[in-house]
Write a protein of this length. Structure first.
Length: 170
Protein backbone atom coordinates (compact mmCIF):
# COMPACT_ATOMS: atom_id res chain seq x y z
CA UNK A 1 0.00 0.00 0.00
CA UNK A 2 1.26 3.45 -0.90
CA UNK A 3 1.79 5.97 1.90
CA UNK A 4 1.66 9.75 1.69
CA UNK A 5 4.67 11.61 3.04
CA UNK A 6 5.00 15.29 3.97
CA UNK A 7 4.92 17.58 0.93
CA UNK A 8 7.38 20.41 0.26
CA UNK A 9 7.63 23.72 -1.57
CA UNK A 10 7.81 22.20 -5.07
CA UNK A 11 6.43 18.71 -4.49
CA UNK A 12 2.67 18.95 -4.02
CA UNK A 13 2.34 15.42 -2.70
CA UNK A 14 5.01 12.83 -1.94
CA UNK A 15 4.41 9.08 -1.83
CA UNK A 16 6.33 5.86 -1.15
CA UNK A 17 5.51 2.17 -1.27
CA UNK A 18 7.58 0.97 1.66
CA UNK A 19 10.02 1.96 4.38
CA UNK A 20 13.64 1.96 3.26
CA UNK A 21 14.81 0.11 6.37
CA UNK A 22 13.43 -3.33 5.62
CA UNK A 23 12.96 -5.73 2.72
CA UNK A 24 12.39 -3.02 0.09
CA UNK A 25 15.59 -1.23 1.01
CA UNK A 26 17.47 -4.54 0.72
CA UNK A 27 16.00 -5.13 -2.73
CA UNK A 28 16.92 -1.62 -3.86
CA UNK A 29 20.52 -1.96 -2.64
CA UNK A 30 20.81 -5.38 -4.27
CA UNK A 31 19.48 -4.02 -7.56
CA UNK A 32 21.76 -0.97 -7.54
CA UNK A 33 25.00 -2.46 -6.29
CA UNK A 34 24.72 -5.83 -8.03
CA UNK A 35 23.48 -4.28 -11.31
CA UNK A 36 20.16 -6.13 -11.42
CA UNK A 37 18.16 -4.09 -13.92
CA UNK A 38 15.38 -6.68 -14.17
CA UNK A 39 14.65 -6.29 -10.46
CA UNK A 40 13.79 -2.62 -11.05
CA UNK A 41 11.52 -3.57 -13.95
CA UNK A 42 9.55 -5.84 -11.61
CA UNK A 43 9.51 -3.20 -8.85
CA UNK A 44 8.38 -0.64 -11.42
CA UNK A 45 5.32 -2.76 -12.16
CA UNK A 46 4.46 -2.64 -8.44
CA UNK A 47 4.83 1.14 -8.55
CA UNK A 48 2.60 1.31 -11.62
CA UNK A 49 -0.20 -0.55 -9.85
CA UNK A 50 0.17 1.66 -6.78
CA UNK A 51 0.20 4.80 -8.97
CA UNK A 52 -3.46 4.14 -9.73
CA UNK A 53 -4.17 5.32 -6.15
CA UNK A 54 -2.20 8.57 -6.52
CA UNK A 55 -3.53 11.96 -7.59
CA UNK A 56 -3.98 12.27 -11.37
CA UNK A 57 -0.91 13.00 -13.51
CA UNK A 58 -0.35 13.55 -17.22
CA UNK A 59 3.26 12.39 -17.62
CA UNK A 60 6.22 10.81 -15.87
CA UNK A 61 9.70 12.25 -15.30
CA UNK A 62 12.44 10.33 -13.50
CA UNK A 63 15.25 11.60 -11.28
CA UNK A 64 18.45 10.92 -13.25
CA UNK A 65 21.45 9.21 -11.67
CA UNK A 66 24.88 10.73 -12.35
CA UNK A 67 26.25 9.72 -15.77
CA UNK A 68 29.13 7.74 -14.26
CA UNK A 69 26.73 5.64 -12.17
CA UNK A 70 24.65 4.85 -15.24
CA UNK A 71 27.78 3.76 -17.09
CA UNK A 72 29.02 1.67 -14.14
CA UNK A 73 25.67 -0.06 -13.51
CA UNK A 74 24.60 -0.17 -17.11
CA UNK A 75 21.26 1.47 -16.29
CA UNK A 76 19.53 4.24 -14.36
CA UNK A 77 17.23 2.60 -11.81
CA UNK A 78 14.76 5.51 -11.66
CA UNK A 79 14.54 5.49 -15.46
CA UNK A 80 13.79 1.74 -15.44
CA UNK A 81 11.07 2.30 -12.82
CA UNK A 82 9.58 5.15 -14.88
CA UNK A 83 9.63 3.05 -18.05
CA UNK A 84 7.75 0.27 -16.28
CA UNK A 85 5.12 2.74 -15.05
CA UNK A 86 4.88 4.21 -18.57
CA UNK A 87 4.37 0.76 -20.10
CA UNK A 88 1.74 -0.31 -17.57
CA UNK A 89 -0.25 2.95 -17.54
CA UNK A 90 0.38 4.21 -21.11
CA UNK A 91 1.44 7.63 -19.83
CA UNK A 92 4.25 9.56 -21.57
CA UNK A 93 7.72 9.49 -19.99
CA UNK A 94 9.84 12.61 -20.51
CA UNK A 95 13.61 12.32 -20.01
CA UNK A 96 14.18 16.02 -19.39
CA UNK A 97 16.04 16.35 -16.09
CA UNK A 98 19.84 16.66 -16.02
CA UNK A 99 22.34 17.01 -13.19
CA UNK A 100 24.60 20.06 -13.13
CA UNK A 101 27.28 18.28 -11.13
CA UNK A 102 27.53 15.48 -8.66
CA UNK A 103 28.63 14.89 -5.12
CA UNK A 104 27.94 11.54 -3.48
CA UNK A 105 25.04 11.93 -1.05
CA UNK A 106 24.98 8.57 0.75
CA UNK A 107 27.49 9.59 3.44
CA UNK A 108 26.25 13.16 3.99
CA UNK A 109 24.04 14.36 6.81
CA UNK A 110 20.45 15.26 6.00
CA UNK A 111 21.21 18.97 6.49
CA UNK A 112 24.19 18.83 4.10
CA UNK A 113 22.10 17.04 1.47
CA UNK A 114 19.36 19.66 1.60
CA UNK A 115 21.78 22.60 1.31
CA UNK A 116 23.69 21.00 -1.59
CA UNK A 117 20.83 19.92 -3.80
CA UNK A 118 18.46 22.73 -4.62
CA UNK A 119 20.47 23.99 -7.61
CA UNK A 120 21.88 20.65 -8.78
CA UNK A 121 19.32 19.89 -11.51
CA UNK A 122 18.04 21.60 -14.62
CA UNK A 123 15.30 20.77 -17.08
CA UNK A 124 15.77 20.64 -20.84
CA UNK A 125 13.60 23.22 -22.52
CA UNK A 126 10.54 21.36 -23.62
CA UNK A 127 6.82 21.91 -23.27
CA UNK A 128 5.68 19.63 -20.46
CA UNK A 129 2.19 18.70 -19.25
CA UNK A 130 0.98 20.51 -16.15
CA UNK A 131 0.85 17.46 -13.82
CA UNK A 132 3.99 15.33 -13.49
CA UNK A 133 4.73 12.13 -11.59
CA UNK A 134 8.37 12.47 -10.50
CA UNK A 135 9.88 9.00 -9.96
CA UNK A 136 12.89 7.94 -7.89
CA UNK A 137 13.92 4.76 -6.11
CA UNK A 138 14.28 6.20 -2.59
CA UNK A 139 13.27 9.33 -0.72
CA UNK A 140 15.69 10.10 2.11
CA UNK A 141 15.33 13.79 3.00
CA UNK A 142 13.25 14.75 -0.02
CA UNK A 143 15.98 17.21 -1.14
CA UNK A 144 16.54 15.45 -4.47
CA UNK A 145 12.86 15.50 -5.36
CA UNK A 146 12.64 19.11 -4.20
CA UNK A 147 15.55 20.14 -6.45
CA UNK A 148 14.03 18.30 -9.42
CA UNK A 149 10.67 19.83 -8.62
CA UNK A 150 12.22 23.33 -8.68
CA UNK A 151 13.67 22.64 -12.14
CA UNK A 152 10.32 21.31 -13.43
CA UNK A 153 8.45 24.24 -11.91
CA UNK A 154 10.72 26.65 -13.82
CA UNK A 155 9.58 24.88 -17.03
CA UNK A 156 5.95 25.63 -16.22
CA UNK A 157 4.86 22.40 -14.54
CA UNK A 158 2.05 23.26 -12.12
CA UNK A 159 1.73 20.10 -10.03
CA UNK A 160 4.49 17.66 -9.14
CA UNK A 161 3.76 14.34 -7.43
CA UNK A 162 6.84 12.67 -5.96
CA UNK A 163 6.80 8.86 -5.95
CA UNK A 164 9.41 6.34 -4.81
CA UNK A 165 9.72 2.67 -3.95
CA UNK A 166 10.88 3.47 -0.45
CA UNK A 167 11.50 6.25 2.02
CA UNK A 168 13.34 6.77 5.27
CA UNK A 169 10.40 9.06 6.20
CA UNK A 170 7.88 6.18 6.01
Amino acid sequence: MVRRLPSSDYIHSMWALSPYHGPMGSLIRQGKYMSKRRLFTVLGRLMAEAALDLPAFDAIVHVPVPWHRKIHRGFDQAEVLAQAIQTFLSVPHYKVLRRKGFERQAQKTMEARAQNFLSQFYCLEQKLPSRILLVDDTITTGATLEACGAALYQQGVEEIIGFALSSTKF
